[in-house]
Design a protein around this ligand. Structure first.
Ligand code: NAI
Length: 293
């Protein structure tokens, strides 16, 4: 059988998750996505109405098919974790089984297993505040949505039969998206989001060991350059970061989401069968610069 991927964090056609889905689909994978519950209705209706058809076109001219869209809120592991006000919220009560454990269970029930797990989501409610002005709750929320969400997804998906065995020499593959603000000072990437990316990268190492020894699952993260996604626009300084990269990176071209998608497809493929625990930069080389010229 062909490989099957579950991509958490797709709610429109602008972000890295969508581009990764396309690259994996172009390589022959079946695509399942997890969409944040509050964004689910608009994403599904836009898909149905053909709003994304142009961006669904694959290199061979066919359209990417998304086999199933699962509602997901990666901040909650199981129904017992969900506070009453969220349960009662109209946007949430209209969907069901959207905690991480339930989504993994539904995927297992619907398809048996997956081969590739992608985490392309982040959220930091206080991202526009400097770290020194970030509240404890804001900081913990950033880590919960952006870092622990990966631990939780891997933990609940690692038990699926072929994901843990691997259908070929590659074994199961998991990938997340990180940002260089984890290791260098990027003023404006606040609210504990820099801390959350540092945790995500550190966890990439530890989880590569744990999931590798246990199930031969590979765990890698892509440190991506700036992209004008919905999430990035919400932070507010994305155009400045794109200009900065254009001016200072070794490769002076705008980074496309497809370039990150292609790197993810490589990391998920047998071509990368010995790569795990890696932070792979897909940023036109900006990370390697010391001073701008
Ligand atoms: P995006 O807006 O396309 O993706 C973020 C997704 O996370 C959205 O679909 C949102 O609905 C979802 N999400 C938020 N909270 C969630 C939750 N609790 N449960 C489930 N889904 C939730 O934006 P983008 O930028 O493509 O983000 C994808 C990943 O790429 C993130 O990890 C981001 O930090 C990372 N990244 C983005 C860069 C950029 O410049 N855009 C640069 C480097 C990394």
């Amino acid at each position: 059988r062909g490989k099957r991927a579950f991509i958490a964090g797709v709610a429109d056609d602008n972000g890295y998750g969508w581009a990764i889905a396309k690259s994996l689909a172009a390589a022959g994978a079946e695509i399942l996505v997890g969409t944040w519950v509050p964004a689910l209705n608009i994403f599904e209706s836009s898909l149905r109405r053909g709003k994304f058809d142009e961006s669904r076109i694959l290199p061979d001219g066919s359209l990417m098919e998304i086999t199933k869209v699962y509602p997901l809120d990666a901040v909650y592991d199981n129904p017992e974790d969900v506070p009453e006000d969220v349960k009662a919220n109209k946007r949430y009560s209209g969907s069901s089984k959207w905690t991480v454990q339930e989504v993994a269970g539904s995927v297992k029930q619907d398809f048996g297993t997956i081969d590739i797990l992608v985490h392309s989501l982040a959220n930091g409610p206080e991202v526009s505040k400097p770290l020194l002005e970030t509240s404890r709750n804001g900081y913990l929320a950033a880590l919960s949505a952006s870092s622990y969400s990966f631990v939780s997804l891997l933990k609940h998906f690692e038990v699926l039969p072929d994901f843990k065995r691997g259908v070929d020499v590659t074994g199961g593959a998991s990938i997340s998206l990180t940002y260089i603000a984890s290791e260098r000072i990027i003023p404006g990437y606040g609210g504990g989001m820099s801390s959350a990316k540092a945790a995500l990268e550190s966890d990439t190492h530890v989880l590569a060991f744990e999931a590798g020894r246990k199930h031969r699952i590979r765990v890698n993260t892509i440190s991506a350059g700036p992209l004008r996604s919905r999430a990035a626009k919400a932070i507010g300084f994305i155009d400045m970061m794109i200009d900065y990269s254009l001016e200072n990176a070794p490769l002076q071209k705008e980074l496309t989401a497809d370039e990150v998608g292609n790197a993810a497809a490589f990391l998920a493929s047998p071509l990368a069968s010995a790569i795990t625990g890696a932070v792979v930069y897909v940023d036109n080389g900006l990370n390697a610069m010391g001073v701008g010229v």
